[in-house]
Design a binder for this molecule. Structure first.
Ligand code: ADP
Ligand code: MG
Length: 479
């Protein structure tokens, strides 16, 4: 009997010991995180500056089922996270193993992505996460984070429509416009929306560059690509319920790639699968692209994205800044919105810079002077700027999103005649040019049109508040 008791006691002791040991070995927590970082610092050849910039700002947040979530609080933000992932994560994994004997993976987030998102996404949305990844989509580009203004209203409405009813209404949807205006964002937003609302949908996002490279790789293999290799490539695209192709202008001159795309397009379109395409210009304006492909692109609906107006720029700035701990006063937003007029990517860039320098200076309160000195290099020095008629015409054309050649043309339609008269008014007011030279700059024979335009605009400014605001806004840009 005593012998049996001894065995039981021994088992209990072993169980307790294993539990104690296991608990000690496997738990990663706030305390041993510091120990892990210590180990990391001693073991690997990292400079003090590197450690301070990239490793110290990694705050332990949680540990669950082999996944360590860290919050990166450094001023380098998302770029810092990329760098840590590329350069240090493997060493961090080894350090964790040395201290806890645990194989782990890391998820590093920004302070703003914290809490709600991380845990929930990991728990309940992991299959959605996986589908987003498999579709080549960036989860941060959604309709929720896309600011709608008059410049992108049509693109936004049609994009939501195709996301709601893929293949049913506008097919293909062709979105075109200049650089940094949100085309890629909206393309991803469509994909993310479809995946979230339809568990079975297959979405595939590709840049034209990737597509072209895939074809070139297949064609360029030394041991020739077999029919099956091509078949595999085609099947991947043909299986999509929603195919999103970014920057189609890249297909210019690539005949074989155009042929592959043509066949994929036909197959998908025939089966009512949604195709969405972006480009920097209309199908017809892409050089060296086959007529039959242009023809396909024009089958559905083409919508353009223009430069955001002042209000939209302000709204985008405020929306992007809402996640930042830095308190940005309205006059700073106004300053940025007036100096960065045509590219949302640049607009965003200013906020990143302000964010970075504010964190570096350990402050969350900034003012206009801080913004001006921080963004100094991004804004062209205009102390020697000479205001010329050409410059004014440029600014007005840009504001109305019409080509300069229209303003200096003989076209009489009101959407051109009115901006032209505004040019005349602003040139008279803000340059030393004679009426003859202003008429010359605007390609007008008769300088009497200049005084007529000046009177008309002056009257409009008096009687119409909107015109007064418009002129004020244009003058802000010009001066
Ligand atoms: P494009 O593909 O037209 O060159 P992107 O889609 O890459 O432009 O946009 C550049 C950046 O500007 C992205 O970070 C995007 O999120 C942002 N952006 C552009 N337009 C908007 C908008 N209307 N609302 C919010 N962010 C925008
Ligand atoms: Mg793009």
């Amino acid at each position: 009997m005593a012998f049996i008791w001894c065995i039981i006691l021994l088992c209990e002791f072993l169980r307790f010991f294993a539990f104690f040991l296991g608990g000690y070995m496997f738990e990663v927590n706030n305390d041993n995180w510091l120990e892990i970082l210590d180990f990391f610092k001693n073991e690997y050849d990292i400079s003090d500056a590197g450690f301070q910039t990239f490793i110290e700002p990694l705050q332990f947040k949680s540990y669950k089922d082999g996944l360590i979530t860290l919050v990166f609080t450094g001023p380098t933000g998302a770029k810092g996270i990329n760098y840590v992932n590329k350069k240090y994560v493997d060493f961090l994994k080894v350090s964790v193993f040395e201290i806890t004997k645990q194989d782990v993976t890391f998820k590093i987030t920004l302070p703003t992505d914290e809490d709600s998102v991380v845990d929930e996404v990991v728990k309940s949305n992991s299959s959605l996460d996986l589908r987003i990844e498999e579709s080549n989509l960036d989860p941060k580009y959604t309709f929720d984070t896309f600011v709608v203004g008059s410049n992108n209203n049509a693109a936004s409405v049609t994009a939501i429509t195709v996301a709601e009813a893929p293949g049913e209404i506008y097919n293909p949807l062709y979105i075109y416009g200049g650089v940094g205006l949100g085309k890629t964002h909206i393309l991803h937003a469509i994909g993310n929306y479809v995946l979230k609302h339809n568990k079975n949908a297959k979405v595939l996002y590709t840049t034209s560059e990737d597509f072209v490279n895939e074809v070139i790789n297949l064609l360029g293999r030394t041991n020739k690509a077999t029919q099956e290799d091509f078949q595999e490539f085609r099947t991947k695209y043909r299986e999509a319920d929603v195919l999103l192709i970014d920057d189609i202008q890249f297909f210019s001159k690539k005949d074989r790639c155009q042929e592959e795309l043509f066949n994929i397009f036909n197959e998908l379109h025939r089966r009512n699968k949604q195709i969405v395409i972006t480009s920097d210009r209309l199908p017809r304006e892409i050089k060296d692209i086959s007529d039959r492909l242009v023809n396909r692109f024009e089958m559905g609906l083409s919508v353009d994205m223009k430069n955001p107006d002042y209000e939209t720029r302000m709204a985008i700035l405020k929306s992007k800044a809402s996640n930042s701990p830095i308190n940005i006063p309205d006059e700073v937003f106004d300053y940025i919105a007036n100096n960065f007029t045509s590219n949302v990517r640049e607009l965003e860039g200013t906020l990143n810079k302000i964010d970075f320098y504010a964190k570096l200076n350990n402050t969350s309160e900034i003012d206009l002077n801080f913004a001006k000195s921080t963004l100094k290099e991004m804004i062209p020095d205009d102390s020697n700027k000479k205001i010329t008629c050409e410059y004014i015409i440029d600014v007005v054309a840009d504001h109305y999103n019409i080509p300069v050649s229209d303003i200096t043309s003989r076209k009489r339609s009101s959407n051109i005649a009115w901006p032209r008269q505004i040019c005349m008014y602003l040139c008279s007011k803000h340059t030393d040019e004679t009426q003859e030279s202003i008429a010359y700059a605007l390609n007008k024979d008769n300088h009497a049109t200049i005084s007529y335009a000046c009177k008309k605009v002056t009257k409009e400014i008096k009687n119409n508040k909107e015109t007064a605001m418009l002129i004020e806004q244009l003058e802000k840009k010009i001066l």
